[in-house]
Design a protein around this ligand. Structure first.
Ligand code: A2P
Length: 305
């Protein structure tokens, strides 16, 4: 679990990160503590997950020094016009004075209405802040980067089309793009594009998220059997070997521990895992595109850079 990738800031990011999305309050504190005790040195958080205060307790209880941990959090859609305020709130909840990586959670600015996280209008439609350009939010990300409160800045859920629109407008190239990545959704082209631009890809839902049949796939099972390891380790190691950071989530101590050990996959294993997505009839994307039915990931331009 000590393998790292180099960010375009010069800092290293541990390939193995611990996911905290959908970890219920009351469990995430213990899970984070268990992860740090099992050797994870990278915790992936977000303001939106609503559990940063508990993550903080887990970090404290682990006894692992803050400086030895890579901590990410994310700016929610309702904070695109107040990036620093969003970061400050996360820092307060996490009990930190800086994060190692700050991401724009979704490149979708949302209207602010009270404390609502996803404001919805009377027709049930998500209320997007159509006037806000992503490049403006990025300029504010650059400011908190310069302030030192975020040691690196990046984005999440960005398509190639969106990055192509954004990159000519930035001073600081995003250090990372955190996207849904697993063998059902390998996004080979997007990963290659980001790698060519020096942007580290991070895999969320690397196990296919909760309840997915991914770990039962024949190829995954066969490789696990031949290595005498867990199917989850096969899928996590596939991600690590293709050069992306992998953020498995679990609240189960035995899984937290086994997910932290990579296995060596040969070229043939990698090829089989790379091709799983080509099978027909598989649900490929599990992450919630929370922005309504007209939202298209592949030519993501809502509302544009
Ligand atoms: P749990 O948290 O109850 O242990 P992802 O990281 O893709 O979002 O997947 C998370 C889901 O996968 C959770 O439901 C988690 O369950 C489950 N999970 C985590 N590690 C393993 C594992 N080693 N084997 C099987 N399921 C796992």
């Amino acid at each position: 679990g000590t393998k790292t990738l180099k960010l375009n800031t010069g800092n290293e990011i541990p390939v193995l990160g611990f996911g905290t999305w959908q970890s219920p309050a009351g469990q995430v504190e213990k899970a984070v503590e268990a992860a740090l005790k099992a050797g994870y040195r990278h915790i992936d958080c977000a303001w939106m997950y609503g559990n940063e205060q508990e993550v903080a307790v887990g970090i404290r209880n682990s006894g692992v020094p803050r400086k030895d941990i890579f901590i990410t959090t994310k700016i929610w859609g309702t904070y695109h016009r107040r990036v620093e305020e969003g970061l400050d709130d996360s820092l307060k909840k996490l009990g930190l004075d800086y994060v190692d990586l700050l991401l724009i959670h979704w490149p979708v600015p949302l209207v602010v209405r009270g404390e609502e996280k996803i404001p919805v209008d009377e027709n049930g439609k998500r209320m997007l802040d159509q006037e806000r350009k992503l490049s403006e939010t990025w300029a504010d990300m650059e400011k908190v980067y310069e302030s030192g409160k975020a040691k690196a800045i990046g984005i999440s859920n960005a398509s190639q089309a969106l990055l192509e629109e954004l990159l000519p407008k930035v001073k600081v190239v995003p250090a990372a793009n955190q996207i849904e990545l697993h063998p059902y959704l390998p996004q080979h082209d997007l990963v290659r594009f980001c790698q060519a631009k020096g942007i580290v890809c991070e895999a969320y839902s690397p196990l296919g998220s909760t309840g997915s049949p991914l770990l039962q796939e024949d190829a995954v099972q066969a490789i696990a059997k031949s290595k005498g390891c867990d199917p989850a380790q096969v899928v996590i190691s596939w991600g690590a070997q293709r050069g992306v950071a992998v953020l498995p989530k679990s609240v189960t101590p035995s899984r937290i521990e086994s997910n932290a050990t990579f296995v060596a996959l040969d070229e043939d294993d990698m090829r089989k895992l790379n091709e799983i997505y080509q099978g027909s009839g598989k649900q490929k994307r599990f992450g919630m595109p929370a922005w309504g039915a007209d939202f298209r990931f592949d030519d993501w331009k809502v509302p544009g850079a």
